[in-house]
Design a protein around this ligand. Structure first.
Ligand SMILES: Nc1nc2c(c(=O)[nH]1)N[C@H]1C(S)=C(S)[C@@H](COP(=O)(O)OP(=O)(O)OC[C@H]3O[C@@H](n4cnc5c(=O)[nH]c(N)nc54)[C@H](O)[C@@H]3O)O[C@H]1N2
Ligand SMILES: Nc1nc2c(c(=O)[nH]1)N[C@H]1C(S)=C(S)[C@@H](COP(=O)(O)OP(=O)(O)OC[C@H]3O[C@@H](n4cnc5c(=O)[nH]c(N)nc54)[C@H](O)[C@@H]3O)O[C@H]1N2
Ligand code: SF4
Ligand SMILES: [Mo]
Length: 765
């Protein structure tokens, strides 16, 4: 009996050998360097290590395929512009093991699915295109030409172009992303779900509405000059490690830092720059001046409490709000204030779970500082009320006039290295009509004006057999999305699933009737085309577009670049009905950039501007106090206090990243900064919550979530008592995704609420 799609999609319930230590209070330092080097030596060819470390994030080198944290505009450190996790990302991408047809002949899809995510990833780099025919148990080799033909045949056999979905993960470069969305639109659909839908979509929606741009407003230099940086719902030591070097500069310049997080994450407390030998000797910098151990999803309540006290003080003294800014640049203050006054301070503080003395310390800093930056990530965006979380922090910045001036503003810290760029160049299921009009004017076809499917809508459409072909440009859809069991069935319902990937992952194993794996070049590899080695470009979290060019020889001769894959598929699908000479682009990526320059705002003279060693800044209205909103001003908004009460026995669970993973790619089994080693099937619990349930350290438990009457289960997790607020708990993603309900998502943005899942915890057996 072959495995069901659900069995293949779930991570196996096998335990390793869990070890737990007291979590450290300092991050990076020599420990970080040691861990990174050990990783690199284990997986990368020795001759490549030096080349990588000398070129990563350097001007003219290649962009780190890890997170979207920006590189300094000015001098780059000769000791290295990378972090432990950047090097781990490289070790993963440039693994010295390769997967050819023999590997697939020796391992059936079912056998591969019973491996852990860690084992799947460590199988090696995909080295040639593979095809899984209908009913087959093993992948077989296929030529590129036949693979493109198959995709074309399946797409052309659909009754409507809307029966295909085209997913993108955020590593895709601007060039590949632009061509991909162009192909999808010429094919006839707007079904362009992307990882952003599960990530910062809520930030984009909330910021567009309030400030007129779906991106952050600050630069690295602002961060250095801020008087106060508030880091909410973010774990930079793991997920944006070089952000800690920037925060260290903030501190050195006299700035203060507040961290708001249910967990006392190590990096938020203290940091030693591993690239700074003197700091290593001195023992590092204390980062957070105030740590706020908030309850999960207590942020609107906490910000409301702050806003209420600021308003009270303003009424008394008239010196708290930046009245000139509010008068000139904002809209909606009066309505906002009258709504705010309907709330009670004590109720809000109680709902946030924060003690009064900690609140007072935060209030003092906010009151007395006028250059404030708020940084945030998934701790704010993955809730049903995510939009309200972000709008409420914008309200605070507006009252303080902390937007569009040096050292102040919004800083949503983006995830994937080019997730922001992908959206800028058109990966968007609901792109604005003005952008579609420009495509029509340039290419002479009319893009579908309908909004396409986001991630959640794509899953529903596949499950209901309204979508029949799934195409993924990068990513690991089945492990990244919520509601694993339902989503597995959705993929299995497809006629064809296709993945353009560097590495084997679980999505290659939860297939439609037929499946293709199309192996592509990684960031660090030279992209040889007719006109020579190609340069590509990416946009970082602060809106800087810069070039990236591979420096290593490709690990296999049978790889294609993402650009070449998109051109090949577009050509094979659209043939003579296309208005575009698809194959020309792959020979010379300058041609792609010339097109982007014509179609996308801010990219005029793209090829020339890209030659600047540090890249160039895209225009940013909010940064210049030009608010491109419906009112033409920055908008105050009214946000409700979330009304959620746990039922008896329930806990609220956040699904978070360990230090040894990049999303669904598991680098290793440790979470060093939380003192956890050699295990991922764990649940962090408050010790009181353990006691009420009669649980001891390392007891094995089963987890259950119930939402709108549907029960979801995940079995076999080991309990770890941890410094986490009462009634809150944490598990790792993707192991716990099976518990995240598909229909629990942020209003408006549809970001899955994977940081507030209500669960019950019962001893196994
Ligand atoms: N090494 C590494 N780097 C990465 C990634 C990776 O997996 N590994 N992923 C990349 C991607 S795509 C992204 S989006 C980012 C993710 O970066 P993060 O958002 O930092 O990642 P998460 O692990 O999801 O952590 C969320 C943090 O929010 C806190 N939190 C959870 N719920 C709440 C809440 O209700 N309120 C508050 N105030 N805090 C809360 C958690 O305790 C945790 O510290 O990182 C990017 N960089
Ligand atoms: N429960 C829960 N679920 C979550 C989250 C959470 O916090 N909790 N976070 C969400 C977030 S923020 C995000 S962004 C998504 C991430 O969702 P995805 O972006 O879909 O997932 P990744 O794990 O980043 O994708 C990894 C795969 O990408 C491929 N890959 C790597 N590099 C390249 C490349 O250069 N080119 C190509 N073509 N392929 C490449 C490899 O095959 C690898 O296996 O997950 C979301 N899911
Ligand atoms: S901070 Fe992010 S982009 Fe920079 S080196 Fe580390 S992982 Fe790469
Ligand atoms: Mo993300």
């Amino acid at each position: 009996m072959s495995k069901s799609p659900i069995d293949k999609a779930l991570t196996p319930e096998k335990f390793k050998n869990l070890r737990v230590k007291e979590p450290p209070t300092n991050s990076a330092g020599v420990g970080g360097l040691k861990a990174a080097t050990a990783h690199a030596v284990k997986y990368i060819k020795p001759s490549n290590i030096l080349k990588i470390t000398q070129n990563i994030n350097q001007k003219g080198g290649f962009d780190c395929p890890g997170c979207a944290w920006p590189d300094p505009d000015d001098e780059r450190s000769s000791l290295g512009e990378y972090c432990e996790n950047g090097l781990k990302a490289m070790a993963e991408e440039m693994q010295n093991k390769l997967i050819y047809r023999e590997f697939f002949a020796n391992n059936s899809v079912d056998e591969l699915a019973s491996l852990s995510d860690f084992e799947i990833g460590k199988s090696g780099r995909l080295a040639e295109p593979m095809y899984l025919p209908k009913g087959a148990t093993h992948y077989q080799p296929i030529s590129w030409e036949n693979a493109f033909r198959k995709v074309g045949e399946h797409l052309n056999a659909l009754d409507s172009a809307d029966e295909a979905v085209f997913y993108t993960s955020g590593r895709t470069t601007n060039e590949a992303a632009f061509l991909y969305q162009l192909f999808v639109r010429e094919f006839g659909t707007s079904n362009l779900p992307d990882c952003s839908n599960m990530c910062h979509e809520a930030s984009g929606s909330a910021l567009s509405e309030t400030l007129g741009i779906g991106k952050g407003s600050v630069t690295l230099d602002d961060l250095y000059k801020a008087e106060l940086v508030i880091v909410v719902g973010q774990n930079p030591a793991t997920n944006h490690p070089r952000m800690l070097s920037a925060l260290e500069k903030t501190k050195k310049n006299g700035g203060k830092i507040i961290a708001i997080n249910p967990l006392p994450e190590a990096g938020l407390m203290k940091f030693t720059d591993p690239q700074n030998p003197i700091k290593i000797l001195k023992g590092g910098t204390k980062l957070s001046d105030v740590f706020v151990p908030i309850t999960i999803n207590g942020d609107v309540a906490f910000f409301k409490a702050l806003l209420l006290k600021l308003q009270e003080r303003e009424e008394k003294t008239g010196s708290v709000f930046d009245k000139a800014f509010i008068e000139d640049y904002t809209s909606g203050l009066d309505d906002f204030i009258s709504d705010l006054k309907t709330y009670n301070f004590e109720d809000c503080l109680k709902a946030s779970g924060v003690l009064k003395d900690i609140f007072d310390a935060v209030f003092d800093l906010v009151l007395n500082k006028n250059k404030i930056i708020i940084c945030w990530a998934m701790g704010l965006t993955q809730h049903e009320n995510a939009i309200d979380n972000i709008r409420e922090l914008v309200n605070l910045l507006l009252l303080k006039g902390s937007i569009g001036k040096e050292g102040a503003g919004t800083c949503p810290v983006r995830g994937h290295s080019n997730v922001q760029g992908d959206r800028t160049v058109g990966i968007w299921e609901s792109a604005p009509q003005a952008f579609l009009d420009k495509i029509e004017a340039k290419y002479g076809f009319k893009p579908s004006p309908k909004h396409g499917y986001s991630v959640i809508e794509s899953i529903k459409a596949m499950c209901e057999k309204k979508a029949k072909v799934f195409f993924g440009l990068g990513g690991n859809f089945i492990s990244a999305v919520p509601d694993t069991a339902y989503s597995a069935q959705a993929l299995a319902n497809c006629n064809l699933t296709v993945h353009v990937s560097t590495k084997l992952n679980r999505s290659h194993l939860v297939t439609g009737q037929e499946a293709l794996i199309l192996p592509c070049l990684g960031r660090a590899e030279k992209d040889y085309q007719k006109t020579g080695v190609q340069t590509q470009s990416v946009e970082n979290s602060m809106g800087v577009v810069s070039s990236t060019k591979g420096i290593l020889e490709p690990c296999s001769n049978s790889l294609m670049s993402e650009v070449a894959v998109v051109c090949g598929i577009a050509h094979a699908t659209l043939k003579t009905r296309s208005k575009i000479n698809w194959l020309d682009y792959k020979d010379d990526y300058n041609l792609v950039r010339d097109d982007i320059a014509e179609v996308v705002n801010g990219f005029e003279n793209y090829n020339n501007k890209l030659k600047q060693p540090s890249g160039f800044y895209l225009p940013n209205g909010a940064r210049a106090r030009k608010f491109n909103t419906k009112t033409g001003k920055a908008n105050f908004t009214i946000n409700k206090l979330p009304q959620w009460k746990l039922n008896k026995g329930e806990l609220v669970m956040m699904t978070i990243r360990s230090h040894d993973q990049f999303n669904t790619t598991i680098y290793g089994l440790d979470d060093r900064y939380r003192g956890v080693f050699n295990e991922r099937r764990i649940i962090f619990m408050n010790k009181d919550d353990m006691k009420t349930r009669g649980l001891q350290e390392q007891d094995i438990v089963n987890l259950k979530s119930e939402y709108n009457g549907v029960v979801r289960e995940a079995n076999s997790f080991k309990v770890i008592g941890y410094n986490i607020p009462k009634y809150c708990c944490a598990t790792y993603f993707p192991e716990a995704n099976v518990l995240v309900p598909l229909d629990s998502f942020a209003h408006t943005a549809k970001t899955p609420a994977s940081k507030s899942v209500r669960i019950t915890v019962k001893p196994a057996n």
